[in-house]
Design a protein around this ligand. Sequence first.
Ligand SMILES: [Mg+2]
Length: 395
Amino acid sequence: MARSRSPIIPAKTKPSPLNEATVQPLLIREVSAIAVSVPLTKPVLMGGGQRFDRSESLIVRIEAHNGLVGWGEASAAPSMTGENLAGMVYAVKHYLAPRLMGKNGLDLPYQILTMGQGLIGNQGAKAACDIALHDLVGQYLQVPVVQLLGGKARESVLTQYQLGNPNIEQDIAEARHSWKKGYRFFKLKVGVKSVEQEILAAHKIRKALGPDALLCADANMGLSSAHAHAYVQGVASCGLMFLEQPFGDEDIEKMAELGRSSPVDLCADESIHGINNIFECHKAGPIKGVNLKTIKLGGLIQTQRAAIISDGLGLCVDLASKTGESSIAVAALTHLAYAIPNLHWGLNINNHYLQTDLVDNPLQQVNASVACPTGPGLGVRVNEKLIRAFTIIPH
Ligand SMILES: [Mg+2]
């Protein structure tokens, strides 16, 4: 889509009480919530019997009164955030958008805080609005979103490649193919096969890729206590960096108990719905890191705060998009990955699973990394024709 190159400053606008300096206000005149469903290139299997054939996302479009448009995205992830697509659209239309209308987008933290005050939870819907506001403000100020987040803290980021197939042979074939394409860090989705098969898969993938490959595993809450103990002992010699979320989101004591004897470090993902949960997991016991997503924390600002707090607590951070989020959400997460203090466990982005990305310049992983987009805002050119083509009415 065409975007205004330079901000057109309206003749008569009142300065915001929070921002009386030289930059003219950026008043919001329209907020739209759009539901899209995009097919994946292949089904993705995860623990607990989860299977994904399509990516269902909320797209938020925020237009300022000077014509600039910012875009945001959040996947519907009922098993992770409790939100479905219809509810996310409703939350934006009836709760979040009315609180943004007419406000000055330049007061980003203030607008994001007040936007969410009338609505508990709904972190995905809030995240899509937060990302769209960052895109809008970045374009207006002609800076990439990473600058709005404080600037770069690193020169490159390490990306993960996710493996989730029904059988070991497919996992190995995909791992080898991805290794040739430059990937070096692999996340094994476990809890899909029997625990014996999962242990065997870790050994075979390690053998196929060699000692230089970085490996981790993610159970997406799909293991029993007995299977989790068997898994961590069975893969002890495979050099896994961590096992993510073996049990249900509220089973923090169970995870801590596993951590006390596990030769593999543990990471909390579905257990983190907000910053308080990070303190809770840290206090419970030997958990070495957290998986942070904008859809769980409510956007870039809160995810950045969560990363800073995790760093202060000595926890590693695994920053991740939801499977199938397009380059809109992935660009936002990549800017954040470059800005946060601690990214020891890398960045997991999955826009390559989409049959069709929603931008004209999709983010691409090259040699186990992804470049930080350099254009103003998110730095991606959203294709409105494609968004219209994949729009659905959610039920
Ligand atoms: Mg996970």
